[in-house]
Write a protein that binds this ligand. Structure first.
Ligand code: GLC
Length: 589
Protein backbone atom coordinates (compact mmCIF):
# COMPACT_ATOMS: atom_id res chain seq x y z
CA UNK A 1 0.00 0.00 0.00
CA UNK A 2 1.36 3.40 -0.92
CA UNK A 3 2.06 5.74 1.99
CA UNK A 4 -0.62 8.10 0.76
CA UNK A 5 -3.18 5.30 0.74
CA UNK A 6 -2.24 4.36 4.27
CA UNK A 7 -2.71 7.92 5.38
CA UNK A 8 -6.04 8.07 3.58
CA UNK A 9 -7.18 4.92 5.35
CA UNK A 10 -6.48 6.45 8.70
CA UNK A 11 -9.03 9.07 7.88
CA UNK A 12 -11.63 7.06 6.10
CA UNK A 13 -12.87 3.75 7.26
CA UNK A 14 -15.81 2.11 5.57
CA UNK A 15 -18.59 2.87 5.08
CA UNK A 16 -17.84 6.56 5.37
CA UNK A 17 -15.05 6.58 2.84
CA UNK A 18 -14.65 9.39 0.38
CA UNK A 19 -12.05 10.12 -2.27
CA UNK A 20 -11.26 13.73 -2.28
CA UNK A 21 -11.56 15.07 1.21
CA UNK A 22 -9.27 13.44 3.71
CA UNK A 23 -8.50 16.63 5.48
CA UNK A 24 -10.15 16.75 8.85
CA UNK A 25 -9.08 20.19 9.81
CA UNK A 26 -11.82 22.04 11.56
CA UNK A 27 -11.42 25.52 10.19
CA UNK A 28 -14.31 27.51 8.89
CA UNK A 29 -18.01 27.46 9.48
CA UNK A 30 -19.82 24.19 9.68
CA UNK A 31 -23.07 22.62 8.92
CA UNK A 32 -23.75 19.39 10.74
CA UNK A 33 -25.58 16.48 9.13
CA UNK A 34 -26.64 13.27 10.82
CA UNK A 35 -26.30 9.77 9.45
CA UNK A 36 -29.22 7.47 9.77
CA UNK A 37 -27.55 4.06 9.66
CA UNK A 38 -30.60 1.97 8.77
CA UNK A 39 -31.61 3.74 5.59
CA UNK A 40 -28.02 4.58 4.60
CA UNK A 41 -29.03 8.14 4.01
CA UNK A 42 -28.22 11.32 5.77
CA UNK A 43 -30.89 13.34 7.33
CA UNK A 44 -30.06 16.96 7.76
CA UNK A 45 -30.29 18.75 11.00
CA UNK A 46 -30.31 22.44 10.27
CA UNK A 47 -27.61 24.04 12.31
CA UNK A 48 -26.49 27.63 12.04
CA UNK A 49 -26.06 27.17 8.29
CA UNK A 50 -29.41 26.84 6.72
CA UNK A 51 -29.22 25.96 3.07
CA UNK A 52 -31.08 22.73 2.62
CA UNK A 53 -30.45 22.04 -1.02
CA UNK A 54 -26.65 21.86 -0.85
CA UNK A 55 -26.75 18.77 1.30
CA UNK A 56 -24.50 15.84 0.61
CA UNK A 57 -25.56 12.26 1.10
CA UNK A 58 -24.50 8.68 0.88
CA UNK A 59 -25.44 7.30 -2.48
CA UNK A 60 -27.30 4.01 -2.28
CA UNK A 61 -25.32 2.73 -5.26
CA UNK A 62 -21.77 2.68 -4.05
CA UNK A 63 -21.86 3.55 -0.40
CA UNK A 64 -19.52 6.47 -0.99
CA UNK A 65 -20.03 9.80 0.56
CA UNK A 66 -20.94 12.33 -2.06
CA UNK A 67 -19.71 15.84 -1.79
CA UNK A 68 -22.24 18.56 -1.38
CA UNK A 69 -20.91 20.52 -4.29
CA UNK A 70 -23.85 22.19 -5.94
CA UNK A 71 -23.23 21.50 -9.60
CA UNK A 72 -25.57 23.62 -11.74
CA UNK A 73 -26.55 25.30 -8.53
CA UNK A 74 -28.24 22.08 -7.44
CA UNK A 75 -27.52 19.60 -4.71
CA UNK A 76 -26.04 16.18 -5.41
CA UNK A 77 -29.34 14.48 -5.02
CA UNK A 78 -30.86 16.89 -7.50
CA UNK A 79 -27.92 16.40 -9.81
CA UNK A 80 -28.18 12.64 -9.72
CA UNK A 81 -31.75 13.09 -10.87
CA UNK A 82 -30.58 15.55 -13.46
CA UNK A 83 -27.95 13.13 -14.75
CA UNK A 84 -30.55 10.41 -15.04
CA UNK A 85 -32.70 12.72 -17.08
CA UNK A 86 -29.79 13.73 -19.25
CA UNK A 87 -28.87 10.15 -19.89
CA UNK A 88 -32.38 9.61 -21.07
CA UNK A 89 -32.04 10.60 -24.70
CA UNK A 90 -35.59 11.92 -24.71
CA UNK A 91 -34.60 15.01 -22.86
CA UNK A 92 -33.97 16.36 -19.40
CA UNK A 93 -33.77 19.66 -17.63
CA UNK A 94 -30.44 20.71 -18.98
CA UNK A 95 -31.32 19.49 -22.43
CA UNK A 96 -34.39 21.70 -22.27
CA UNK A 97 -32.22 24.52 -21.18
CA UNK A 98 -29.98 23.93 -24.18
CA UNK A 99 -33.04 23.98 -26.42
CA UNK A 100 -34.01 27.33 -25.04
CA UNK A 101 -30.70 28.82 -26.14
CA UNK A 102 -31.41 31.27 -28.87
CA UNK A 103 -34.73 32.26 -27.33
CA UNK A 104 -32.93 34.53 -24.87
CA UNK A 105 -30.35 37.22 -25.47
CA UNK A 106 -26.79 35.96 -25.18
CA UNK A 107 -26.31 38.22 -22.19
CA UNK A 108 -29.38 36.96 -20.34
CA UNK A 109 -28.35 33.41 -20.96
CA UNK A 110 -24.87 34.16 -19.68
CA UNK A 111 -26.30 35.56 -16.44
CA UNK A 112 -28.45 32.47 -15.94
CA UNK A 113 -25.46 30.23 -16.48
CA UNK A 114 -23.23 32.27 -14.22
CA UNK A 115 -25.75 32.05 -11.42
CA UNK A 116 -26.12 28.32 -11.95
CA UNK A 117 -22.38 27.93 -11.50
CA UNK A 118 -22.45 29.40 -7.98
CA UNK A 119 -21.03 27.19 -5.25
CA UNK A 120 -22.47 27.36 -1.75
CA UNK A 121 -20.81 26.67 1.54
CA UNK A 122 -23.00 26.51 4.59
CA UNK A 123 -25.71 28.06 2.51
CA UNK A 124 -23.67 31.07 1.46
CA UNK A 125 -22.36 31.71 -2.06
CA UNK A 126 -18.56 31.45 -1.99
CA UNK A 127 -17.46 31.09 -5.59
CA UNK A 128 -18.24 29.64 -9.00
CA UNK A 129 -17.44 26.20 -10.34
CA UNK A 130 -14.81 26.16 -13.14
CA UNK A 131 -16.95 24.35 -15.68
CA UNK A 132 -20.51 23.17 -15.66
CA UNK A 133 -20.59 21.00 -18.77
CA UNK A 134 -23.45 18.50 -18.90
CA UNK A 135 -21.52 15.69 -20.53
CA UNK A 136 -18.10 15.87 -18.97
CA UNK A 137 -17.23 12.25 -18.32
CA UNK A 138 -13.91 13.07 -16.72
CA UNK A 139 -14.38 15.99 -14.38
CA UNK A 140 -10.73 16.27 -13.27
CA UNK A 141 -10.70 19.39 -11.11
CA UNK A 142 -13.16 21.43 -13.17
CA UNK A 143 -15.71 20.88 -10.38
CA UNK A 144 -13.69 23.16 -8.13
CA UNK A 145 -13.64 26.89 -7.52
CA UNK A 146 -10.40 28.16 -9.05
CA UNK A 147 -9.10 31.39 -7.64
CA UNK A 148 -8.02 32.75 -11.03
CA UNK A 149 -11.22 31.60 -12.74
CA UNK A 150 -13.38 33.31 -10.15
CA UNK A 151 -11.90 36.77 -10.84
CA UNK A 152 -14.11 37.56 -13.86
CA UNK A 153 -17.11 36.01 -12.07
CA UNK A 154 -16.37 38.18 -9.04
CA UNK A 155 -15.98 41.29 -11.17
CA UNK A 156 -19.25 40.55 -12.99
CA UNK A 157 -21.07 40.26 -9.64
CA UNK A 158 -19.43 43.44 -8.37
CA UNK A 159 -20.48 45.36 -11.46
CA UNK A 160 -24.02 44.07 -10.99
CA UNK A 161 -24.02 45.28 -7.37
CA UNK A 162 -24.01 41.75 -5.92
CA UNK A 163 -21.24 42.06 -3.40
CA UNK A 164 -21.88 39.19 -0.98
CA UNK A 165 -20.43 36.40 -3.06
CA UNK A 166 -17.21 38.35 -3.60
CA UNK A 167 -16.91 39.23 0.05
CA UNK A 168 -17.48 35.60 1.04
CA UNK A 169 -14.98 34.40 -1.54
CA UNK A 170 -12.34 36.83 -0.24
CA UNK A 171 -12.84 35.85 3.38
CA UNK A 172 -13.13 32.11 2.86
CA UNK A 173 -10.08 31.85 0.61
CA UNK A 174 -8.22 33.86 3.23
CA UNK A 175 -8.99 31.11 5.72
CA UNK A 176 -7.38 28.64 3.36
CA UNK A 177 -4.19 30.67 3.03
CA UNK A 178 -2.52 29.17 6.05
CA UNK A 179 -4.04 25.70 5.74
CA UNK A 180 -1.51 23.03 6.62
CA UNK A 181 -0.84 21.22 3.38
CA UNK A 182 2.15 19.21 2.36
CA UNK A 183 3.44 17.52 -0.72
CA UNK A 184 5.86 14.67 -0.12
CA UNK A 185 6.51 15.93 3.42
CA UNK A 186 7.06 19.53 2.38
CA UNK A 187 4.73 22.48 2.98
CA UNK A 188 4.28 25.49 0.74
CA UNK A 189 5.56 28.86 1.92
CA UNK A 190 3.31 30.72 4.33
CA UNK A 191 1.08 33.07 2.44
CA UNK A 192 0.48 30.86 -0.59
CA UNK A 193 -3.11 30.94 -1.77
CA UNK A 194 -4.56 27.74 -3.20
CA UNK A 195 -5.14 27.19 -6.91
CA UNK A 196 -8.65 25.97 -6.18
CA UNK A 197 -10.91 24.63 -3.49
CA UNK A 198 -14.00 22.55 -3.20
CA UNK A 199 -16.75 22.12 -0.67
CA UNK A 200 -16.71 18.62 0.79
CA UNK A 201 -18.89 16.80 3.22
CA UNK A 202 -16.89 14.74 5.70
CA UNK A 203 -17.68 12.74 8.81
CA UNK A 204 -17.62 14.78 11.94
CA UNK A 205 -14.75 13.94 14.30
CA UNK A 206 -15.89 11.62 17.07
CA UNK A 207 -19.43 11.20 15.78
CA UNK A 208 -20.15 8.57 13.12
CA UNK A 209 -23.65 9.77 12.67
CA UNK A 210 -22.86 13.29 11.63
CA UNK A 211 -21.03 15.06 8.86
CA UNK A 212 -19.82 18.55 8.30
CA UNK A 213 -18.97 20.70 5.33
CA UNK A 214 -15.40 21.80 4.89
CA UNK A 215 -13.52 23.74 2.28
CA UNK A 216 -10.76 21.60 0.83
CA UNK A 217 -8.04 23.60 -0.91
CA UNK A 218 -5.55 22.40 -3.50
CA UNK A 219 -2.21 24.17 -3.47
CA UNK A 220 -1.03 22.19 -6.45
CA UNK A 221 -0.38 19.02 -4.49
CA UNK A 222 -3.18 17.26 -6.36
CA UNK A 223 -3.04 19.29 -9.55
CA UNK A 224 -1.90 17.75 -12.81
CA UNK A 225 1.85 18.29 -12.90
CA UNK A 226 1.84 19.47 -9.25
CA UNK A 227 1.99 23.10 -10.32
CA UNK A 228 2.18 25.81 -7.64
CA UNK A 229 -0.37 28.61 -8.18
CA UNK A 230 1.78 31.73 -7.88
CA UNK A 231 -0.91 33.88 -9.47
CA UNK A 232 -3.66 33.07 -6.93
CA UNK A 233 -2.51 35.40 -4.16
CA UNK A 234 -1.83 38.17 -6.66
CA UNK A 235 -5.34 37.90 -8.13
CA UNK A 236 -6.78 37.76 -4.61
CA UNK A 237 -5.22 41.15 -3.78
CA UNK A 238 -6.46 42.61 -7.08
CA UNK A 239 -10.01 41.40 -6.40
CA UNK A 240 -9.91 42.68 -2.83
CA UNK A 241 -9.11 46.17 -4.06
CA UNK A 242 -11.81 45.97 -6.74
CA UNK A 243 -14.33 44.89 -4.09
CA UNK A 244 -13.53 47.92 -1.93
CA UNK A 245 -13.62 50.34 -4.84
CA UNK A 246 -16.84 49.01 -6.28
CA UNK A 247 -18.88 48.41 -3.13
CA UNK A 248 -17.45 51.28 -1.11
CA UNK A 249 -17.14 48.82 1.77
CA UNK A 250 -13.60 49.28 3.05
CA UNK A 251 -14.23 47.36 6.23
CA UNK A 252 -13.14 44.10 4.57
CA UNK A 253 -9.70 45.33 3.57
CA UNK A 254 -9.30 47.02 6.94
CA UNK A 255 -9.91 43.84 8.94
CA UNK A 256 -6.87 42.64 10.86
CA UNK A 257 -6.99 39.17 9.33
CA UNK A 258 -7.24 40.61 5.81
CA UNK A 259 -4.33 42.99 6.45
CA UNK A 260 -2.33 40.02 7.72
CA UNK A 261 -3.30 38.05 4.62
CA UNK A 262 -2.06 40.81 2.33
CA UNK A 263 1.23 41.02 4.24
CA UNK A 264 1.74 37.27 4.10
CA UNK A 265 1.37 37.25 0.33
CA UNK A 266 3.74 40.19 0.02
CA UNK A 267 6.32 38.62 2.32
CA UNK A 268 6.30 35.45 0.29
CA UNK A 269 6.78 37.39 -2.96
CA UNK A 270 9.37 39.80 -1.58
CA UNK A 271 11.47 37.22 0.26
CA UNK A 272 15.16 37.25 -0.60
CA UNK A 273 16.47 34.36 -2.63
CA UNK A 274 19.37 33.67 -4.93
CA UNK A 275 17.96 35.83 -7.66
CA UNK A 276 19.51 39.09 -8.85
CA UNK A 277 16.40 40.03 -10.80
CA UNK A 278 13.42 41.99 -9.43
CA UNK A 279 11.08 39.82 -11.46
CA UNK A 280 9.48 36.85 -9.65
CA UNK A 281 11.21 33.54 -10.35
CA UNK A 282 8.68 30.74 -10.81
CA UNK A 283 8.37 27.25 -12.18
CA UNK A 284 6.55 26.29 -15.34
CA UNK A 285 2.77 26.23 -15.06
CA UNK A 286 2.49 28.68 -12.18
CA UNK A 287 -0.31 30.77 -13.66
CA UNK A 288 -3.15 30.54 -16.19
CA UNK A 289 -0.85 28.40 -18.30
CA UNK A 290 -0.72 25.62 -15.75
CA UNK A 291 1.06 23.00 -17.82
CA UNK A 292 4.56 22.72 -19.13
CA UNK A 293 4.88 25.36 -21.85
CA UNK A 294 8.44 26.58 -21.36
CA UNK A 295 7.42 29.61 -19.29
CA UNK A 296 9.49 28.84 -16.18
CA UNK A 297 11.80 31.62 -15.09
CA UNK A 298 10.35 35.11 -15.11
CA UNK A 299 7.18 34.92 -17.23
CA UNK A 300 5.49 38.17 -18.13
CA UNK A 301 2.03 37.19 -16.88
CA UNK A 302 3.30 36.71 -13.34
CA UNK A 303 5.29 39.96 -13.45
CA UNK A 304 2.26 41.98 -14.60
CA UNK A 305 0.07 40.49 -11.86
CA UNK A 306 2.85 40.98 -9.33
CA UNK A 307 3.17 44.66 -10.23
CA UNK A 308 -0.58 45.15 -10.09
CA UNK A 309 -0.81 43.36 -6.73
CA UNK A 310 2.05 45.43 -5.27
CA UNK A 311 0.37 48.68 -6.27
CA UNK A 312 -3.02 47.48 -5.05
CA UNK A 313 -1.60 46.28 -1.73
CA UNK A 314 0.16 49.59 -1.20
CA UNK A 315 -3.18 51.36 -1.53
CA UNK A 316 -4.84 49.07 1.01
CA UNK A 317 -2.19 48.53 3.69
CA UNK A 318 -2.98 50.44 6.84
CA UNK A 319 -0.08 52.69 7.83
CA UNK A 320 1.45 51.31 10.99
CA UNK A 321 4.95 51.11 12.36
CA UNK A 322 5.18 47.37 11.89
CA UNK A 323 4.75 47.59 8.10
CA UNK A 324 7.31 50.30 7.36
CA UNK A 325 9.98 47.83 6.22
CA UNK A 326 7.52 45.94 4.09
CA UNK A 327 6.32 49.13 2.39
CA UNK A 328 9.91 50.19 1.76
CA UNK A 329 10.71 46.81 0.20
CA UNK A 330 7.53 47.01 -1.84
CA UNK A 331 8.37 50.47 -3.19
CA UNK A 332 11.89 49.48 -4.12
CA UNK A 333 10.58 46.43 -5.91
CA UNK A 334 8.02 48.44 -7.86
CA UNK A 335 10.70 50.73 -9.27
CA UNK A 336 13.12 47.93 -10.09
CA UNK A 337 10.41 45.75 -11.59
CA UNK A 338 8.99 48.42 -13.87
CA UNK A 339 12.49 49.41 -14.97
CA UNK A 340 13.38 45.86 -15.85
CA UNK A 341 10.22 45.06 -17.78
CA UNK A 342 10.04 48.35 -19.64
CA UNK A 343 13.69 48.25 -20.58
CA UNK A 344 14.49 44.61 -21.21
CA UNK A 345 11.19 42.94 -22.13
CA UNK A 346 10.17 45.53 -24.68
CA UNK A 347 10.55 44.83 -28.40
CA UNK A 348 9.55 46.69 -31.52
CA UNK A 349 11.14 47.03 -34.96
CA UNK A 350 13.86 49.29 -33.62
CA UNK A 351 14.73 46.95 -30.77
CA UNK A 352 14.76 43.84 -32.94
CA UNK A 353 17.12 45.61 -35.27
CA UNK A 354 19.38 46.37 -32.31
CA UNK A 355 19.32 42.74 -31.21
CA UNK A 356 20.02 41.67 -34.80
CA UNK A 357 23.30 43.58 -34.64
CA UNK A 358 24.22 42.68 -31.04
CA UNK A 359 27.79 41.87 -30.16
CA UNK A 360 28.02 38.90 -27.83
CA UNK A 361 30.33 37.70 -25.03
CA UNK A 362 30.66 41.18 -23.50
CA UNK A 363 32.26 40.80 -20.09
CA UNK A 364 31.85 44.17 -18.40
CA UNK A 365 29.52 46.16 -16.16
CA UNK A 366 28.46 48.33 -19.05
CA UNK A 367 27.64 45.67 -21.63
CA UNK A 368 25.00 46.60 -24.17
CA UNK A 369 23.95 42.99 -24.66
CA UNK A 370 23.60 42.34 -20.94
CA UNK A 371 21.98 38.93 -21.19
CA UNK A 372 24.24 37.66 -23.96
CA UNK A 373 21.49 37.16 -26.48
CA UNK A 374 22.70 35.58 -29.71
CA UNK A 375 21.13 37.37 -32.68
CA UNK A 376 20.41 34.02 -34.34
CA UNK A 377 17.71 33.56 -31.72
CA UNK A 378 15.48 36.00 -33.56
CA UNK A 379 12.90 33.57 -34.95
CA UNK A 380 11.85 33.88 -38.60
CA UNK A 381 8.17 34.31 -37.63
CA UNK A 382 9.02 37.44 -35.65
CA UNK A 383 10.37 39.19 -38.71
CA UNK A 384 6.92 38.77 -40.28
CA UNK A 385 4.91 39.33 -37.14
CA UNK A 386 6.37 42.62 -35.94
CA UNK A 387 4.45 45.49 -37.55
CA UNK A 388 6.18 48.75 -38.45
CA UNK A 389 3.97 50.48 -35.94
CA UNK A 390 3.55 48.74 -32.60
CA UNK A 391 5.46 46.50 -30.26
CA UNK A 392 5.01 44.25 -27.24
CA UNK A 393 6.59 42.81 -24.11
CA UNK A 394 8.24 39.45 -24.65
CA UNK A 395 7.22 36.39 -22.66
CA UNK A 396 10.35 35.79 -20.62
CA UNK A 397 13.98 36.79 -20.24
CA UNK A 398 16.80 34.53 -19.08
CA UNK A 399 20.54 34.42 -19.66
CA UNK A 400 21.08 33.98 -23.41
CA UNK A 401 17.37 33.54 -23.92
CA UNK A 402 14.54 35.82 -24.90
CA UNK A 403 11.19 34.09 -25.26
CA UNK A 404 9.84 36.13 -28.16
CA UNK A 405 6.35 34.62 -28.03
CA UNK A 406 3.50 37.09 -27.56
CA UNK A 407 1.57 36.23 -24.38
CA UNK A 408 -1.75 38.03 -24.31
CA UNK A 409 -2.61 38.11 -20.64
CA UNK A 410 0.82 39.44 -19.65
CA UNK A 411 0.67 42.18 -22.26
CA UNK A 412 -2.91 43.17 -21.51
CA UNK A 413 -2.38 43.24 -17.76
CA UNK A 414 0.84 45.26 -18.21
CA UNK A 415 -1.39 47.92 -19.76
CA UNK A 416 -4.04 47.66 -17.06
CA UNK A 417 -1.49 47.85 -14.24
CA UNK A 418 0.65 50.57 -15.88
CA UNK A 419 3.63 48.28 -15.82
CA UNK A 420 4.05 49.27 -19.48
CA UNK A 421 4.56 52.99 -20.15
CA UNK A 422 1.67 54.84 -21.83
CA UNK A 423 3.62 54.78 -25.13
CA UNK A 424 4.26 51.06 -24.82
CA UNK A 425 0.62 50.46 -23.93
CA UNK A 426 -0.56 52.21 -27.08
CA UNK A 427 2.03 50.34 -29.11
CA UNK A 428 0.76 46.99 -27.79
CA UNK A 429 -2.78 47.94 -28.81
CA UNK A 430 -1.47 49.05 -32.22
CA UNK A 431 0.07 45.62 -32.63
CA UNK A 432 -3.18 43.90 -31.65
CA UNK A 433 -4.95 45.87 -34.36
CA UNK A 434 -2.27 45.25 -36.96
CA UNK A 435 -2.16 41.54 -36.16
CA UNK A 436 -5.89 40.98 -35.74
CA UNK A 437 -5.88 38.03 -38.13
CA UNK A 438 -3.18 36.29 -36.10
CA UNK A 439 -4.38 37.16 -32.59
CA UNK A 440 -8.15 37.16 -33.00
CA UNK A 441 -9.36 36.02 -36.42
CA UNK A 442 -12.59 34.10 -35.71
CA UNK A 443 -12.54 34.07 -31.91
CA UNK A 444 -10.91 36.35 -29.36
CA UNK A 445 -8.23 35.90 -28.05
CA UNK A 446 -5.07 33.84 -28.65
CA UNK A 447 -3.45 32.93 -25.34
CA UNK A 448 -0.05 33.08 -26.98
CA UNK A 449 1.37 33.51 -30.45
CA UNK A 450 2.73 31.60 -32.29
CA UNK A 451 2.27 27.95 -31.39
CA UNK A 452 5.22 25.67 -30.67
CA UNK A 453 5.48 23.10 -33.43
CA UNK A 454 7.51 20.00 -34.38
CA UNK A 455 10.69 19.36 -32.45
CA UNK A 456 10.24 22.52 -30.41
CA UNK A 457 6.79 21.34 -29.28
CA UNK A 458 8.22 17.91 -28.42
CA UNK A 459 11.06 19.31 -26.33
CA UNK A 460 9.33 22.26 -24.67
CA UNK A 461 5.93 20.73 -23.84
CA UNK A 462 7.23 17.19 -23.40
CA UNK A 463 5.04 16.09 -26.35
CA UNK A 464 1.90 17.19 -24.50
CA UNK A 465 -1.11 15.92 -26.49
CA UNK A 466 -3.33 18.60 -24.96
CA UNK A 467 -1.00 21.39 -26.01
CA UNK A 468 -0.61 20.43 -29.66
CA UNK A 469 0.03 23.36 -32.03
CA UNK A 470 -2.81 25.92 -32.10
CA UNK A 471 -4.69 24.23 -29.29
CA UNK A 472 -5.26 25.00 -25.59
CA UNK A 473 -2.33 26.94 -24.12
CA UNK A 474 -0.25 26.46 -27.23
CA UNK A 475 -1.87 29.04 -29.49
CA UNK A 476 -5.50 28.24 -28.61
CA UNK A 477 -8.07 31.07 -28.41
CA UNK A 478 -9.62 31.79 -25.01
CA UNK A 479 -12.86 33.79 -24.86
CA UNK A 480 -12.27 34.61 -21.19
CA UNK A 481 -9.51 37.02 -22.28
CA UNK A 482 -12.24 39.33 -23.59
CA UNK A 483 -12.51 41.00 -20.22
CA UNK A 484 -8.83 41.78 -19.86
CA UNK A 485 -8.78 43.05 -23.46
CA UNK A 486 -11.74 45.31 -22.68
CA UNK A 487 -10.21 46.76 -19.50
CA UNK A 488 -6.93 47.45 -21.31
CA UNK A 489 -8.67 49.12 -24.25
CA UNK A 490 -10.91 51.23 -22.03
CA UNK A 491 -7.93 52.36 -19.98
CA UNK A 492 -6.20 53.61 -23.12
CA UNK A 493 -9.39 55.25 -24.44
CA UNK A 494 -9.62 52.85 -27.39
CA UNK A 495 -12.60 50.68 -26.61
CA UNK A 496 -13.91 50.26 -30.21
CA UNK A 497 -11.75 47.24 -30.81
CA UNK A 498 -13.07 45.58 -27.65
CA UNK A 499 -16.59 46.09 -29.00
CA UNK A 500 -15.55 44.46 -32.23
CA UNK A 501 -14.10 41.50 -30.34
CA UNK A 502 -17.24 41.09 -28.21
CA UNK A 503 -19.46 41.13 -31.31
CA UNK A 504 -17.27 38.51 -32.90
CA UNK A 505 -17.50 36.24 -29.87
CA UNK A 506 -21.25 36.81 -29.61
CA UNK A 507 -21.80 35.36 -33.08
CA UNK A 508 -21.12 31.85 -31.88
CA UNK A 509 -20.08 31.55 -28.25
CA UNK A 510 -23.56 30.75 -26.90
CA UNK A 511 -24.38 28.46 -29.81
CA UNK A 512 -21.10 26.65 -29.16
CA UNK A 513 -22.08 26.36 -25.48
CA UNK A 514 -19.44 28.61 -23.99
CA UNK A 515 -16.30 26.59 -24.64
CA UNK A 516 -13.19 26.95 -22.56
CA UNK A 517 -11.06 27.54 -25.67
CA UNK A 518 -10.97 27.23 -29.45
CA UNK A 519 -8.44 25.48 -31.67
CA UNK A 520 -6.71 26.17 -35.01
CA UNK A 521 -4.80 29.18 -36.27
CA UNK A 522 -7.95 31.19 -36.80
CA UNK A 523 -9.83 29.86 -33.76
CA UNK A 524 -12.45 28.15 -35.92
CA UNK A 525 -13.01 24.91 -34.02
CA UNK A 526 -14.22 24.35 -30.49
CA UNK A 527 -11.14 23.11 -28.61
CA UNK A 528 -10.54 19.39 -28.89
CA UNK A 529 -10.63 18.87 -25.14
CA UNK A 530 -12.38 22.12 -24.26
CA UNK A 531 -14.94 22.06 -21.48
CA UNK A 532 -18.35 23.43 -22.32
CA UNK A 533 -20.16 25.94 -20.12
CA UNK A 534 -16.78 27.08 -18.86
CA UNK A 535 -17.59 29.69 -16.26
CA UNK A 536 -14.80 32.14 -16.99
CA UNK A 537 -15.74 32.17 -20.68
CA UNK A 538 -19.24 33.19 -19.57
CA UNK A 539 -18.05 35.68 -16.96
CA UNK A 540 -15.33 37.14 -19.22
CA UNK A 541 -17.97 37.91 -21.82
CA UNK A 542 -20.28 39.47 -19.22
CA UNK A 543 -17.57 41.68 -17.74
CA UNK A 544 -16.66 42.91 -21.22
CA UNK A 545 -20.32 43.74 -21.93
CA UNK A 546 -20.83 45.48 -18.59
CA UNK A 547 -17.69 47.55 -18.94
CA UNK A 548 -18.49 48.61 -22.48
CA UNK A 549 -21.81 49.92 -21.16
CA UNK A 550 -20.14 51.69 -18.26
CA UNK A 551 -16.45 52.24 -19.11
CA UNK A 552 -15.96 54.29 -15.98
CA UNK A 553 -16.35 51.13 -13.92
CA UNK A 554 -13.08 49.79 -15.34
CA UNK A 555 -11.37 52.00 -12.73
CA UNK A 556 -11.89 49.31 -10.10
CA UNK A 557 -9.30 47.20 -11.92
CA UNK A 558 -6.92 49.78 -13.34
CA UNK A 559 -3.74 50.97 -11.65
CA UNK A 560 -2.92 54.46 -12.84
CA UNK A 561 0.69 55.38 -13.50
CA UNK A 562 2.11 56.60 -10.20
CA UNK A 563 3.94 59.95 -10.53
CA UNK A 564 6.46 59.21 -7.77
CA UNK A 565 7.28 55.91 -9.36
CA UNK A 566 7.59 57.65 -12.69
CA UNK A 567 10.12 60.08 -11.23
CA UNK A 568 12.17 57.28 -9.75
CA UNK A 569 12.00 55.48 -13.08
CA UNK A 570 13.14 58.57 -15.01
CA UNK A 571 16.01 58.94 -12.57
CA UNK A 572 17.11 55.39 -13.25
CA UNK A 573 16.94 55.92 -17.01
CA UNK A 574 18.89 59.18 -16.80
CA UNK A 575 21.58 57.59 -14.65
CA UNK A 576 21.85 55.28 -17.67
CA UNK A 577 22.42 51.85 -16.26
CA UNK A 578 23.00 50.57 -19.79
CA UNK A 579 26.48 52.01 -19.70
CA UNK A 580 27.50 52.59 -16.11
CA UNK A 581 27.65 50.16 -13.26
CA UNK A 582 24.65 50.96 -11.12
CA UNK A 583 25.56 52.30 -7.69
CA UNK A 584 23.53 50.74 -4.92
CA UNK A 585 20.48 52.92 -4.85
CA UNK A 586 17.44 52.79 -2.65
CA UNK A 587 14.44 54.72 -3.81
CA UNK A 588 12.19 56.06 -1.17
CA UNK A 589 8.92 56.64 -2.90
C1 GLC B 1 -7.09 24.89 -17.02
C2 GLC B 1 -6.47 26.25 -17.29
C3 GLC B 1 -6.36 27.03 -16.00
C4 GLC B 1 -7.73 27.13 -15.35
C5 GLC B 1 -8.30 25.74 -15.12
C6 GLC B 1 -9.72 25.77 -14.62
O1 GLC B 1 -6.24 24.10 -16.25
O2 GLC B 1 -5.23 26.11 -17.87
O3 GLC B 1 -5.83 28.30 -16.26
O4 GLC B 1 -7.63 27.81 -14.15
O5 GLC B 1 -8.32 25.03 -16.35
O6 GLC B 1 -10.55 26.36 -15.55
Amino acid sequence: MAASEAVAQLFCGPPLCFDACVNTSNKGFRRIQFYNGSSKRFSVRRWNCQRGESVGGLSADDGRLQTSFPVNGLSNVQNIELDKKLNNKNGGLLANRLDSIGAKSVEDEAWDLLRESIVYYCGNPVGTIAANGPNDSIILNYDQVFIRDFIPSGVAFLLKGEYDIVRNFILHTLQLQSWEKTMDCYSPGQGLMPASFKVCTVPLDGDDTATEEILDPDFGEAAIGRVAPVDSGLWWIILLRAYGKCSGDLTVQERVDVQTGIKMILKLCLADGFDMFPTLLVTDGSCMIDRRMGIHGHPLEIQALFYSALLSAREMLAPEDGSADLIRALNNRLVALSFRIREYYWIDMKKINEIYRYKTEEYSYDAVNKFNIYPDQIPPWLVEFMPNRGGYLIGNLQPAHMDFRFFSLGNLWSIVSSLATPEQSHAILDLVEAKWAELVADMPFKLCYPALEGQEWRIITGSDPKNTPWSYHNGGSWPTLLWQLTVARIKMGRSEIAEKAVKLAERRIARDRWPEYYDTKRGRFIGKQARLFQTWSIAGYLVAKLLLTDPNAAKILVNEEDSELQNAFSYMISSNPRRKRGRKQTFIV
